[in-house]
Design a protein around this ligand. Structure first.
Ligand code: ATP
Length: 582
């Protein structure tokens, strides 16, 4: 209680007005975070800040959390805080009285729009004192900017950004611009924010824990919150529940809700059937076809609406409304609400066959009349996460599968269950794998069938689900599904052919690299993906020196690449990077 009271005093003593706490507070916290790379320190700074904000109510804290993760609404709502560079440049010029050439020159020099805004504000004299920015003002303006559409929206966005910049100090200008760019660039991971939030809540409900935090308990709280977040990724609901119930009770009060996407469980890549058998020596497992389409999570909500979400939790209802409208037909009596996990594939209605992923990718995103739909789809359902008010996540896959099959009925070419076999022998699995390819699938998903390890683990790339792709499928994936590369499970020898100039913390080194694969038939290096994560500062320095020697003015005639991939600097094809999970 004394800590709670102290927190309230602390917060009251901060500068704020009737519109809430000043934005400069959170910027100060961002700056502290920016100055360290130590995860524990970052968590500690953020937890203390959140704790202070807790004294001001859940609404305020929710906005602070959103500002930390650079969002203005739950991710699944698709309201994105990302403004194009040209609008930001205009706003900086207009707020600071500089011309565009000067702004662009400064960007070239420091490689960070946020710093440009900061530098120009530092040197700017204002005639009249402006009202100070509050968290409410900044958050609400960000929300308006993210949701504004229509003919004059660009102009309005520039005006709103300009007015924020004019009211903000130099530091505030830096973070306003970075937030609007979509990246704070201070080394904040969402997991750290969740850990800090769990700690702040523990401090709030148990004063002692603040003065003498028990690392084991704090770890446990962090795991609880992270886990609950994968099932209910909505900060508005979670922060409110943290206030009322505290972190320990969270799993009891915050459960999966139809209408809010669960972060999907993912599979671990393997190279061969024997690798699968090594992993699952004594464990009962099942093999399912791995269909080649798009992940789709289908929810029937309390209000009777059927909605769907993609692998990245984007709402895909409009894209697949034609199949979702038919759910009455696929659902057995007694089923009121549900969440099921499936792969949607393109379907040839004449030959009654699965069509390749490329065909599905030509399907329009929305606004198509049913008569205009050229690509028909079929659902292959493989899991159930929720049924009639009850979460199925903790049940075994065997039980979930039984419940799934009892709750829905097959409609050929529209709604089918994933083909499966519970096999044990290498040869049988190999035959099933070949059969999956013959049936136009990518390979197999091998999943633990019974016991605790077979529960549904939201958001996890789990070793309890293994995927086995055959080589043909791998190559096909690289060619057709470049955007999906993060899950491909093979080692690849890729050649570094270009580099992107680093920004922010990576100024002076390369921020990312363009990798290519050698095609012996065409005798060319084909750009295949960009990489920019997973490097330590030491790596980046080392790469800078290493690639300095191989810089070339123009790309080799045998480099093949798209306009969007064009790097800032080209390299000789001398460095091979062995990438496992790109
Ligand atoms: P990929 O590009 O291979 O789909 P990914 O990273 O999206 O990779 P992984 O977890 O690696 O996802 O592979 C599982 C994906 O395979 C799922 O996201 C889903 O879209 C698809 N899939 C097809 N059939 C199944 C199945 N029977 N069980 C689970 N996932 C399946």
């Amino acid at each position: 209680i004394s800590a709670k009271v102290q927190g309230i005093k602390d917060a009251k003593s901060e500068e704020k007005d009737s519109n809430g706490i000043y934005y400069s507070e959170i910027c100060r916290m961002f700056e502290q975070v920016e100055q360290t790379t130590k995860r524990l320190e970052i968590t500690d700074i953020t937890a203390k800040y959140f704790f202070k904000m807790m004294s001001l109510g859940s609404d305020h804290l929710t906005k602070c959390v959103y500002l930390c993760v650079n969002q203005v609404a739950p991710e699944y709502k698709g309201i994105e805080l990302g403004v194009g560079e040209s609008l930001l440049l205009k706003a900086i010029a207009s707020a600071t009285g500089k011309n565009m050439t000067a702004v662009k020159e400064e960007v070239e020099k420091c490689g960070d729009l946020g710093l440009v805004a900061k530098n120009f504000r530092t040197n700017q004299r204002t005639l009249f004192p402006m009202p100070k920015l509050t968290i409410n003002k900044v958050f609400d303006t960000f929300y308006e900017i993210s949701t504004s559409t229509g003919a004059s929206s660009q102009q309005k966005k520039v005006q709103k950004i300009t007015s924020l910049l004019v009211s903000g100090s130099d530091i505030e200008a830096k973070f306003i611009i970075r937030s609007l760019e979509g990246k704070l660039r201070i080394g904040f991971a969402e997991k750290t924010v969740l850990t800090a939030l769990a700690q702040a809540s523990a401090f709030y409900h148990n004063a002692e824990s603040k003065s003498n935090p028990d690392p084991e308990k704090m770890n446990k709280y962090s795991e609880i919150l992270k886990h609950v977040y994968t099932q209910l990724p909505n900060y508005n609901i979670l922060v409110e529940a943290l206030f009322t119930h505290g972190v320990e009770k969270l799993p009891l009060v915050c459960k999966l809700v139809p209408g809010i996407p669960v972060k999907p469980m993912l599979a671990f890549p393997t190279k061969s059937v024997s690798e699968v058998l090594n992993r699952f020596k004594e464990i009962e497992f099942t093999c399912e076809y791995k269909y080649d389409g798009e992940r789709i999570q289908i929810h029937k909500c309390e209000d009777g609406k059927v909605v769907s979400f993609s692998r990245n939790s984007e709402n895909s209802t409009e894209k697949f409304y034609d199949i979702l409208e038919k759910f009455e037909k696929f659902t057995n009596e007694g089923v009121s609400t549900f969440v099921i996990d499936a792969e949607v594939v393109a379907w040839d209605t004449q030959s009654q066959n699965i069509l390749p992923f490329q065909v599905l990718s030509t399907r329009k995103r929305k606004d198509t009349k049913e008569s205009e739909i050229t690509v028909q789809v079929c659902l292959f359902v493989f899991d159930i996460l929720y049924l009639n008010g009850e979460s199925m996540l903790q049940k075994s896959l065997n039980d979930r599968r039984k419940i799934l099959w009892e709750s829905f009925k097959v409609s050929p070419g529209e709604f089918q269950f994933a083909e499966y076999k519970n096999l044990k022998e290498v040869d049988d699995i190999q035959i099933f794998l070949d059969q999956s390819i013959a049936d136009n699938c990518e390979g197999l998903m091998v999943k633990v069938l019974n016991g605790e390890e077979s529960s549904y683990e939201p958001s996890k790339r789990s070793r309890n689900w293994l995927k086995v792709l055959i080589l043909v499928a791998c190559i096909y994936l690289f060619i057709v599904k470049k955007d999906y590369l993060d899950g491909v499970g093979d080692s690849l020898d890729l050649v570094v052919i270009g580099g992107y100039t680093g920004k922010g913390k990576r100024t002076g080194v390369y921020g990312g690299f363009l990798l290519a694969v050698y095609d012996p038939d065409q005798e060319e290096y084909q750009a295949i993906c960009k990489i920019g994560t997973g490097f330590s500062e030491a790596n980046l320095k080392e790469f800078k020196e290493m690639f300095e020697k191989t810089k070339i003015e123009i790309p080799k005639s045998y480099y093949s690449f798209g306009e969007a991939e064009k790097p800032d600097v080209w390299f000789e094809p001398t460095q091979v990077s062995v990438e496992r999970y790109i």
